[in-house]
Design a protein around this ligand. Structure first.
Ligand SMILES: [Mg+2]
Length: 245
């Protein structure tokens, strides 16, 4: 019998497929900005906006990449990178600093509104509800989804945004913070995630059980690491560990 007391979950591409929502959020919040801004500039008789959506998005991405290199401790804090990149782009287009800050914040508000519109795997809510009756649950994400506004947030009494803590996974600090807040030793906890480097390697090194969600063909997995293709197979891993579900 395994004395499993807590389960921590990665979010993106573990509890939902993230690719569609990221693409929609990226073009959606930037398109919103370029739709709203021209009238505001015209009202003030300020020079009109020159960048197209395509050129603007490309410049926005380059600014984020440059910032992540120049301020490496912020490389995983995607909300900060976006906010600063947008402010700089707006200023470069001639907006005064205060107006640039205002519009960058408004665009990021739109970003977060779109970013939480994820569609969890249909089995996820029932699975988390059942697990929550037996285990302490936490979410540990490198992404910048709003931790209180996403559709499964209610199942996680502990939720850690590792990038905003400036210690993105695979840094063990986010795991240790979650374990401390759950009051559980690593050997009594399990982490579930889709990234070998960011989820499985650090959890395994800490001595946690680890469940890798991947369709990759793997032969020899390290001790304590299990592989499933989909979150719905997690009860099978618990059964193999003799852990209740
Ligand atoms: Mg993930």
């Amino acid at each position: 019998m395994t004395s499993l007391k807590a389960i921590t979950f990665d979010l993106d591409d573990t509890l939902w497929d993230n690719s569609g929502v990221m693409a929609r959020t990226e073009t959606g919040h930037y398109g919103w900005l370029l739709e709203k801004l021209p009238a505001w500039l015209a009202e003030r008789r300020w020079p009109s906006w020159e960048l197209s959506v395509e050129a603007g998005l490309e410049d926005y991405l380059k600014r984020r990449q440059r910032l992540a290199t120049d301020v490496p401790e912020r490389r995983g804090d995607f909300t900060w990178l976006r906010l600063r990149a947008l402010e700089a782009q707006l200023e470069a287009q001639g907006l005064p600093r205060s107006a640039a800050a205002l519009w960058a914040a408004a665009a990021m508000n739109e970003f977060h509104r779109l970013r939480v519109q994820v569609t969890p795997h249909p089995e996820a809510a029932d699975l988390l509800a059942a697990l929550g009756r037996r285990y302490r649950l936490a979410a540990i994400t490198n992404g910048n989804i709003h931790l209180k506004r996403h559709p499964l947030s209610g199942y996680f009494p502990v939720a850690i945004a590792a990038g905003e803590l400036l210690t993105p996974k695979p840094d063990p600090k986010a795991f240790l913070t979650a374990l401390a807040r759950l009051d559980v030793a690593p050997q009594n906890a399990m982490h579930v995630g889709d990234s070998w480097e960011e989820d499985i390697v650090p959890a395994n090194q800490l001595g946690m059980h680890a469940v890798w969600i991947s369709e990759a063909r793997s032969t020899a997995l390290p001790e304590g690491v299990h592989q499933i293709a989909h979150i719905k197979e997690l009860p099978g891993v618990l059964a193999r560990l003799n852990a209740p579900y």
